[in-house]
Design a protein around this ligand. Sequence first.
Ligand code: FES
Length: 100
Amino acid sequence: MPVATLTLLPLGDTVPVAPGQSLLEAALAAGIELPRSCRNGTCRACRCQMLSGAVRYRTEWPGLSLDEREAGEILPCVALPATEADAVVIAVPQARRRPT
Ligand code: FES
């Protein structure tokens, strides 16, 4: 069964994204910390660049302008892979593996 994935650059980790899971939730579940605050698409603390793939949003109006969306910026706290087989690649220089 195909599984959506999230790859974080420059870290290089690829993690699975479960159906209904946001990109942020998938990263956190895999032990990767990303910048975040509100987790509901309003504060923009998680804003980052999508390098490939496609996303859809949980909220009707995530806090991105049309220009930002067209430039490939996303809000991973409310962004889900567009399909259950999408491979989304994002650039998050601040991403860190949680110490074990
Ligand atoms: S954490 Fe606030 S917009 Fe994503």
